[in-house]
Design a protein around this ligand. Sequence first.
Ligand SMILES: NC(=O)c1ccc[n+]([C@@H]2O[C@H](COP(=O)([O-])OP(=O)(O)OC[C@H]3O[C@@H](n4cnc5c(N)ncnc54)[C@H](O)[C@@H]3O)[C@@H](O)[C@H]2O)c1
Length: 715
Amino acid sequence: MNVFDYDKDSDGIVTVTMDMTGPVNAMNDEYRVAMDATLEKLEQEQGLTGVILASAKKVFFAGGDLNDLLAAAPGAEATFMAEGERVKAGLRRLEKLPVPVVAAINGAALGGGFEICLSCNYRVAVNDPAVQLGLPEVSLGLLPGGGGVVRMVNLLGLEKALPYLLEGTRVDAAHALAAGLVHEVVETRDQLLPAAKAWILAQQGVSEAALQPWDRKGFRLPGGNASSPHIAQLITVAPALLRKKTRGLLPAPEVILDCAVEAARLDLDTALRIESRGLTWLAMTPQAKNMISTFFFAMNRINRGGSRPADVPSRSVEKVGILGAGMMGQGIAYVSALAGIKVVLKDMSVEAAARGKAYSEQLLAKRVQRGKMTEEKKQQILELILPTDSNDDLAGCDLIVEAVFENLALKQSITRETEPQLAADGIWGSNTSTLPISELATASAAPEKFIGIHFFSPVDKMPLVEIICGDKTSEETLARAYDYARQIRKTPIVVNDSLGFFTSRTFGTYLDEGVRMLREGLHPVQIEAMGRAVGMPVGPLAVYDEVSLELTRKAQETWREMGVLDKFSDSTVTREVINTMVEQHGRGGRYHGGGFYEYAEDGSKHIWPGLMDLYYNADVTVSEGDMRDRLLFRQVIEALRCLETGVLRTVDDGNIGSIMGIGAPVWTGGLIQFVNTYGVERFVRRCEALAATYGERFAPPAIAREKLAAGELFE
Ligand SMILES: NC(=O)c1ccc[n+]([C@@H]2O[C@H](COP(=O)([O-])OP(=O)(O)OC[C@H]3O[C@@H](n4cnc5c(N)ncnc54)[C@H](O)[C@@H]3O)[C@@H](O)[C@H]2O)c1
């Protein structure tokens, strides 16, 4: 079997079926050779009437080979660019064949795959959820360098192309048809080739059919070219709007915008060359390396079981009991039922449990409204949820997830009372956010079956689940908790027990550093701005208000009673500020009427003026560079300490957990990956400098020094 199968029928139509070595078709050396050879043959073919490009794989074509992109190092720009230009020249030859070329899209065509489709004269796709079309390169810090930027602009016009290029918007076949990205949609896969052939045969004698719109005489850019007033205005304001979004931390969207504007201004071939240069430059940036390493490679490893004990057979949950139908419990019930699991949702009264079920009803109704689900399917899912106040209904659950109030004694007594209802081999998961799992497990008759399953709010939207092993949790229990997380379509990271586990503990240092700056006398508005400038979604003081100063104080009291507080981190400054805010000024956070901020009825907020009197000191100045580094390095150092002390079991868990669980800046590729591209030595030196000025909490972790001595990266 050839990599590109070549088959000519009696009508003179050649079907090229891509079936490359390995599970997917990808833009690598094998592709380059096969494509060049195929083009040569097509260009020489006698009696050719049309070409169909098809795929023998489930995915139509997967795109660029990310291993190559990761390996591309500064210094190798010329080779990298030459390879890209070769691929592009091939696609240009394809679209310049003297006969119509059709892409028969049977599965996902993202990135390079979609760029191939864009080089065909006609695109027919099957109406199947597996068909996803788009150019997601921006999410990996790259740009579509196979002509994607230039052809999208020429196909749709600058304004309509930008969301696909800057946000990586993906569409299914129906939306692609409506947006003009494909020309025809068929209902089943068997209809693809006949539809492609029928179109080609109908074009016999139509000379324009073999020409791309942009190669036809008198072509005009849809929506206007760069000098039309509307587009000229867009070009003027777009860079500023974009910068506001990226905060100057992500080069890819900026380069994409530049290339897109050039595509609206210049001839196709010149614009294509500028696009290649853009990709070459981006591929060498640390941001692209970080994003590819984490969002593609680490994510795949995690979701394929990298943190799951391999020798335990996989199993799915059939009946889950959820204790507490509050904010978290209702969300956990929803995602479980959506995955087809029977749910027993228990609260203190049937009414409270029913309110929790009503939440699922609301979310499902929205899906039905948007045409994403049938009313019948919605009813089927709702029937899976049984609201109750009785323990008896929990009988035979293979998993119980406890999500009652954050109170040690309550959680322990519920464990004693309810655990006997579990199936003989059932497991128990606590959704606690602050209480140590091993401590909670002391109430269990089977602590080896006790584990932390920590969700994030809102549960239906947040993709991460942090699984926490207590000191007695068995590998079997871990594997089953992991399988449950995958069953409900979450990405699970696995960590060992610690106060605040991995995510809250690491995130806590960001909040702590913000409060320390406040206590030092720095301006609160500047502190918040520096948090965002480093790429965190929200400033540390605003986060504290949301989390609630009151709840933080309560958690700290519990930890003190348990005798574990000082093991956590040296957060005495924060404790003192929080106590002052709550006890002396009644400022417990947003849900307690206000905290560091005041909240107006119209939803706006501003810094509580009393904060300035309490802490602000105009004589204190710290450079913005130091402020930014302090807010980022505290988190990085804590993540490394988690790795050093075994709270983190793998680097991947730390990177994925920090991005998806605590909103660490995407350009870092995760708090540990950050060190790899920042440079281990440079990181150690910067920590030393920060420690000399701001204190020992910035001292470089031993594990960083070890990596430096060994000349290794964190992998
Ligand atoms: N809110 C978050 O963002 C978040 C995130 C992760 C984890 N958590 C953890 O999840 C748990 C629940 O938090 P929440 O925000 O959903 O709280 P919540 O106050 O919204 O809900 C708690 C629910 O538990 C019910 N409950 C209390 N005692 C019960 C009992 N004996 N039997 C049955 N139900 C009982 C309450 O009636 C209430 O409906 C806590 O441990 C919390 O730390 C919360």
